[in-house]
Design a protein around this ligand. Structure first.
Ligand SMILES: [Fe+2]
Length: 273
């Protein structure tokens, strides 16, 4: 079982205000889709962990579908804060995105099973987990199913240690989720986005992956804590996961050869994630 995890594409069907890079977004997402097309033959599906649009307009959701349609791969999604999320659920209710929407359900795919959580709060950058979402996680962690559980959620369940970002990553209910994961007999994998920087973590026994943003990576101005680490353009990457029934899990970072990278699209502040 092999899949790509991408996040935070912020597709907008028309010009968007307030962001220097956004004129390049469509071209960059086209480049990403082209890169995915190049390796599509060895992928089973794609996970998109939210902020698929920048403005939650129906035209933007349609543009996103149009950009990825040539891939002919299942795309599993959860909403990000930029997707409404009410607008996202209107799209799902109308039939668009419905097949790939993971929110509040489990999709069995052989060696893995995906569980999607809606972590978004309308008009807020920070997130929250509902009691129903936590109940669903508890039920799946208790399951006797031997396939690898993968939880997909836009907000990571822990702060990344980036001074300006730790506040917007705040997730109500994260402590309860941590308790459930720590007590699980078989640890899940957690896939997230939201931070616009790629990183990995082990959290309460779970391997966690935060995909970067191909279109709006946050790079040079954000050192970790008080330290000097200033990641480079490698933040503009996604992950390719290979998982088999014997427990092997290999993760390969895949840099995006973006159109925007030549146009200096990086942002120095966390507004608009
Ligand atoms: Fe985002």
């Amino acid at each position: 079982m092999r899949f790509a995890h991408i996040s935070d594409l912020h597709v907008c069907s028309g010009p968007a205000a307030g962001a220097t890079a956004r004129e390049d977004i469509i071209a960059t997402v086209e480049a990403l889709a082209g890169d995915l097309a190049r390796i599509a033959g060895c992928l089973d599906f794609i996970v998109l962990s939210g902020d698929m649009t920048d403005d939650a307009r129906p035209e933007s959701f349609r543009k996103l579908e149009e950009l990825f349609a040539p891939l002919a791969l299942p795309i599993f999604t959860v909403p990000g804060n930029h997707d409404g999320p009410a607008a996202y659920f209107r799209e799902v209710a109308s039939g668009r995105l419905a097949e790939g929407d993971l929110t509040g359900r489990v999709v069995d795919l052989g060696a893995v099973r995906l569980l999607g959580l809606d972590t978004c709060v309308e008009n807020e950058a920070t997130g929250a987990l509902s009691a129903q979402a936590l109940d669903l996680v508890a039920r799946e962690l208790d399951s006797n199913d031997l396939s690898q559980l993968i939880i997909v959620m836009h907000h990571p369940p822990f702060a990344p240690g980036l001074r300006q970002f730790d506040e917007i990553v705040r997730l109500e209910g994260a402590a309860e989720l941590a308790r459930l994961v720590a007590g699980a007999a078989r640890a899940p994998i957690v896939l997230s986005g939201h931070v616009h920087r790629a990183y990995q973590a082990r959290w309460n026994g779970a391997n966690c992956f935060v995909a970067g943003s191909a279109v709006l990576p946050f790079t040079a101005e954000h050192p970790y804590g008080d330290g000097p680490i200033r990641p480079s353009a490698e933040q503009r990457c996604y992950f390719v996961h290979a998982i088999d029934a014997d427990g092997m899990h290999v993760v390969t970072p895949q840099p995006v050869r973006s159109v925007a990278s030549a146009r200096e699209p990086t942002r120095a502040d966390p507004d608009g994630v």
